[in-house]
Structures are given as C-alpha cells and as structure tokens.
Design a protein around this ligand. Sequence first.
Ligand code: KG4
Ligand code: ZN
Length: 347
Amino acid sequence: MSEPVVLGIESSCDETGVGIVRGTELLAHALSSSMDEHVRFGGIVPEVASRAHLEAFVPTLEQALDEAGLGVADVDAIAVTSGPGLTGALLVGVAAAKALALAHDRPLFGVNHLAAHVAVDQLEHGRFDRRVVALLASGGHSEILLVDDIATDITLLGQTIDDAAGEAFDKVARLLGLPYPGGPHIDRVARDGDPKAVPFPRGLSAARDQEKHRWNFSFSGLKSAVARHVDRERLAGRELAVADVAASFQDAVCDVLTAKAVAACIEHDVATLVVGGGVAANSRLRAYAEQRAAEAGIELRVPRLGLCTDNGAMVAALGAEVVRRGLAPSALDLPADSGLPVTSIVA
Ligand code: KG4
Ligand code: ZN
C-alpha cells in the first residue's frame, strides 16, 4: 500500500495549524497564530484563542490544501489534536475534524499533542528505527518521554512539577522588563551576558531529589530566585545587569533540561535524543544539547524551528503513523481532553 495521505489539525493553544503529509513526506504546513492578540495580556487568553481558531480554521485549511495541490477527497484520514491543551481551543479543532471526517467519509483520529511534537521529527530526519528519548520544552510543557513506538508505546519518564520551561522564560522576561513571549527576547539579550554571572539554582538536581524526581523538572524556584535577585539589586541602588541575569537564568534552565534528557538516554540505553517544543529554538539549549549528546555518543535530532513550535504538520505526521499501523479510528463523539495523558497516543 502506498503511504497514507493524512490531514492534521492543531488548535490546542494559540496556533491554528493544518498540515498534510504522505507518510513522512510533508506536503503542506499552514499556520495562523493569535499571539498578537495575547501580547498585551502577557499570556494566552483562552477565550480569545478559541475565537481566533474559529476565524482562522477555514482559511488555514484552504491554504494547506492549495499548498499540497489536493482536495479533501484526496486525503485518506483526518487527524486532530484531542488533548492536552486548552479545552475551548481544542474543541474548535475537534469539531472541525469531525465535520470533515463525516462530510467526506474519512476516518477520524484524535491524537495526542505531546506525541505529535515527537512524531514531527520524522518529517525531517526520517522514521525512527529504534527507541528514542524525547525532550519537550514549550510554554505549556516540559517532559522527558521514552518512545518505543511513536504510535503505540510512549512512557512518561518525567515532567515539570510546577512551571513549564517556556512559561519560566515568559515570567522571567516580564521581571526583566522584556516583552511577551519572553523566550526569544531572553535568548537575544543573553548573548551579551555572562551565563555564570549569577549562580541561579538548578531545580530538582540535588542528590536528595534523585529518588523521587530523577526525571522531573521544577522552574518556579528559579523564577523566584531571579525575582529576589532583581529586588536585591534595586534595593541596593544598583543598575540591573539585564544581560547577565538573562544569560544566567537561561543557562540554569537549559543546563537542567539537557542534563536530564541526556542522562535519561544513557540510563535507558537509548542512542537517539529528539528535542521539540518552542524552547528548542533557544541557542543555549541547542548548544548544550549538541555538546552533551556528542560527549555521550548520542544522535541528536532537532526538527527545524517551524516544526518545533505548535503546528498541524506534527498532528498529520503522528496521524500517518497511526494509520500505517492499522489502529482503529476514534469515535465521532471524540471529546477534547485538556488533560489527555501522553500514554493515550490515540484518543
Ligand atoms: O511550542 P510553543 O510555540 O507553544 C507552546 O507553548 O506549546 O512554545 C512557546 C514557548 C514560549 O514560552 C516562548 O517564550 C518559548 O517557547 N520560546 C523560547 C524561544 N523561542 C520561543 N524560549 C527560549 N528561547 C527561545 N529562543
Ligand atoms: Zn505544543
């Protein structure tokens, strides 16, 4: 059988994405973001995001079909993010996917957003031919996953117990007077700073944390440490060395993320590390990951930036794997599940 053509729909947060793939070949990748509407609030406003998905869906779908030179009738299956994410936002994509599946008599697959972040790498670097460890770091998630089969077998090794990595970037940017979303601004400002200037804490990295939190992350203590540092400097009447603080904060986040991800590869005897999520754009994270993976003899796979952040192609990429394995489609009463666990790859 030739590779299935799958249309993927993403609407879990602020990006409306429609992607089309044939197996691991990317045919189209259309995206509309409502980020501009959230900037003045300093964070994603769920109701605003849901409304934006409603408005953006049809144009984004049309753009993707145009780009692929296909009609919906050429598509073998419809995949959609059914969770985790913002319920109202997810519902828009799920409803749209159901309508397409029903109208065109195509199977519907509700798939897991986190697994899709990992699956997308296959569009760039080819199919996984062995188990991989995945590090996901974005505004909404920070996880280490052990992936035995992208469509059927994912184990959650660890996750953040408080803030997500990108969320920490966004909150610290605010403390430093930088715009939202903060990650790219901190990355830019940090270039002129000394990453060792302020010794910020490495959450859950102490020996006593290793039993319970070996693969978990914590970034809220780090955020508080930055806030205390900023206050101290102000009280002392010193001008804040923003570049040094940004570089030191960034170093703390990226050090912990990559140290744990590479340690997970070594401990589970896994030779490939996949990194995804918006924070994968970070220059320090990439540098640490490259250095540590090379030292450990681990293959590092990081999809290009446009595929790391939320998009529809990742959903299509996972959908194609699910279809290839002949798994049963989702029911037409498929719910949106904001807390869908990563072990539920197909809902
Ligand atoms: O994956 P994404 O686009 O959306 C989700 O949250 O799912 O990730 C967005 C997050 C934001 O928190 C943003 O600040 C962060 O990724 N980010 C970065 C960089 N670019 C984006 N964080 C650090 N360094 C960057 N260069
Ligand atoms: Zn995401």
